[in-house]
Design a protein around this ligand. Sequence first.
Ligand code: SF4
Length: 414
Amino acid sequence: MSRPPVIAAARRPTRQIRLGPVLVGGDAPVTVQSMTTTKTADVEGTLSQIYALAAAGADIVRCTCNEEEAAEGLAHIVPRAPVPIVADIHFHHEMALAALEAGVQGLRLNPGNLRKEAEIKQVAEEAKARGVPIRIGVNAGSLHPDLYKRYGGATPEALVESARMELAYFAEVGFEDVKISVKASSVPLMIAAYRLASETFDHPLHLGVTEAGPPPGGLIKGTAGIGTLLAEGIGDTIRYSLTADPVEEARAGRQLLEALGLRERRGLDLIACPSCGRAEIDVIGVARAVQEALEARELPIQVAVMGCVVNGPGEAREADLGIAAGRRRGHLFIKGKIVRVVPEEEMVAALVEEAERLVAEGIEARLAAADDRAEAEAEADRRALFEARGADVNHSSEKVELIRRVVHEHDAGG
Ligand code: SF4
């Protein structure tokens, strides 16, 4: 007699798409997504949340792009975010065009409330020209009214048909760089809809139980829906939708994938900024050196390598320990507080030494042992760099100009 399988089913084959450096679908690992809860126009607040989400396990982060100020915020956020950014679009197609100007790595369109064929095609053409994928994000709660009527409610067939119609518009302009979600707050409905979507499409599927509510109920609903489908081999990227700090969503997503054996378990958690116009060092090289030095030590801490002292310690303030570079010096920080300033050539060694002491002695003890002069020295470096290099080394203002033009041209055209 054959034994029942003890591992999850083989993943169903899907096409592969790319959001910046992150692959989704095909043989890529299942990824974790979450969404910021800050106003996207609040650049520093949103970036700080994005870093916290990345540290908790998010591979991709979505931000709302609901108004011009949000699109302008994205122009500043995208170059400094450690993970690809997806702009969430409802109702206003010009916000999708503005988000593309801001440089986002993905779009999410809701076919239930963005319904004009010409506008949908315009966005798809623009996304195609830039190599940016789009998620067709169908939601049972905002299903197109015609489909609701035709199918007698938000049935699995109606949700899948909504995605199919949008795909057909995209196909007419030769755009296929697509992932699909068919979310519902009802777990049985969501499972049935995704099973049908998996039989119907070969595009990657983004799984989620929408409006699942606060933990623990929301976690249980999300796990029941997402976990069931993943165990059947369905799904390429996932999001828990919790009424909670989004860090809990990212953490839950990562833990579910680890529990199912779909992602490796993490010991040392190394995060690094993507580098941008502000970088004062070769971030990739330093991150690699830190990884090599720390990985074998199996330290259960989160360590950040940041390219500049102007923004690095703030962006990575959730990390246990980090280093940021500036004016040929390294600023060592613990939970965002500068504890030492060392010459650049000593920064990796100093970070490794501090990591070991942090694990041995604890965060409070290491904060208490901080060099008294470190904060003042760091502040002097930050100020000097800011004065020398200006406020906009990422050319975000140019993108903001383009966004204004896109939005106002649309307004003028009615
Ligand atoms: S170089 Fe500085 S501003 Fe740029 S992404 Fe890294 S830490 Fe952020």
